[in-house]
Ligand binder design. Structure first.
Ligand code: PLP
Length: 381
């Protein structure tokens, strides 16, 4: 870090994005405040239509967060009875919120391993975890890269399971062709501020071609109220609010261009780091929203320290596999690729407003690491 403690190259500086769209943002926020309608009015319903169209689906329900989007989508599938020991299989390498959402839907999260190359959910590991209690699969489109859905859809059909895709990191990943939804599944998005499409607060959405399912999510997000004072099911209070919807509507037209900037920066990283013996980019796969640029390294912590001393901020997604977390009640030790990844992955600065010269500086620093590590006689070299 620099003397001030502020990184020379931040992992993410959202003020840059907001500077680009400051004027339309201010107009949108001002409009909502002056109209005085803050909950489930026209901004939310317009955004729901626009987001469904962008995703190539027929319906969308805006909710309060990505976590709620996953858990309400699972509940709306109607396969889970809370407390019965129903199981939902998901990736051992994800944000803890994925597993939390499964718990909140009343099910037990069961973790399957990832493919060692892509770090995406491995269908053969998923199938080995299926029991008579299994009700659904939650594939995670990790780092913005789309999972191979066909093998997972085949498993779902074989065992009568629902699929709810955790697309919290994958806004627009399937563009230009539809892929995520071709299998008739349900996808859950987060609009947490750091996401490719981020609000200025929390937010989330469920999209699907199943309009009945989206109607059930809408019922559940409003406490289960069928009308003003009549609750027919146990729901929760989980609404996308008008201010966040208005902000998302300003940002949505920029998403494709911002994702393209991410792709170009990822290409520069790939090309330049190809000559490094110390870090190896995680394979990007067929489709990606390039949410994060992630490398693996056997000397991850040393490189991270070195970068920090050079003023470059990095993040680890994720330092534990979910089955190592005692809160989820399992210590299987069976997800060895996810566990190995948790000690070797490193996310480098890369987002829509990172500059080409910042990426070049990060690459230079990584390429210089080996020399420094040799003189310090680090074990990993
Ligand atoms: C993969 C994944 N799933 C779920 C979530 C939860 O989203 P939210 O923070 O909007 O609840 C996140 C966000 O951190 C995420 O990255």
């Amino acid at each position: 870090m620099t003397i001030t403690g502020i990184p020379r190259i931040p992992f993410l500086d959202l003020s840059r994005q907001h500077k680009e769209i400051a004027a339309p943002l201010a107009v949108a926020v001002d409009k909502v405040i002056s109209q005085g309608r803050f909950i489930l009015a026209e901004e939310v319903s317009e955004f729901e239509q626009e987001w469904a169209t962008y995703c190539g689906t027929s319906a969308c329900a805006g909710v309060a967060s990505g976590t709620d989007a996953i858990s309400l989508a699972l509940s709306a599938c109607g396969k889970i009875v809370a407390g019965r020991g129903d199981e939902v299989i998901t990736s051992a390498l994800s944000a803890g919120y994925t597993a939390l959402a499964i718990l909140q839907a009343g099910a037990v999260p069961v973790f399957a391993d990832v493919d060692p190359e892509t770090l995406l959910l491995d269908p053969s590991s998923v199938e080995s975890r299926v029991t008579s209690q299994t009700r659904a699969i939650v594939p995670v489109h990790l780092y913005g890269r789309v999972c191979e859905m066909q093998p997972l859809a085949d498993i779902a059909v074989r065992y009568g399971l629902a699929i709810v895709e955790d697309a919290a990191q994958a806004h627009g990943a399937w563009k230009p062709q539809r892929a995520v939804f071709e299998l008739g599944s349900i996808a859950a998005f987060s609009f947490y501020p750091t996401k490719n499409l981020g609000a200025c607060g929390d937010g989330g959405a469920v999209v699907s071609n199943d309009t009945d399912l989206i109607s059930r999510v809408k019922l559940l997000r409003e406490g289960g109220h069928e009308n003003a004072y009549w609750q027919s099911v146990t729901g929760r209070n989980s609404r996308l609010d008008e201010l966040q919807a208005a902000i998302l509507r300003v940002k949505l037209p920029y998403l494709a261009e911002w994702n393209e900037r991410r792709r170009k920066l990822s290409d520069i990283y790939d090309l330049t780091l190809a000559s490094s013996n110390d870090v190896h980019p995680v394979r990007r796969g067929r489709r990606s929203a390039h949410h994060l640029y992630v490398v693996v390294s056997t000397c991850r912590d040393d490189i991270r320290r070195y970068l920090r001393n050079e003023g470059i901020e990095t993040v680890v997604h994720y330092p534990f596999s979910l089955d190592q977390c005692s809160m989820f009640g399992r210590q299987t030790g069976e997800n060895k690729h996810a566990e190995r990844a948790s000690s070797s992955v490193l996310s480098l600065p890369m987002n829509s407003h990172t500059t080409v010269s910042e990426v070049a500086a990060v690459c230079d620093t990584i390429l210089r690491f080996r020399k420094q590590a040799r003189s310090a006689s680090l074990q990993c070299i």
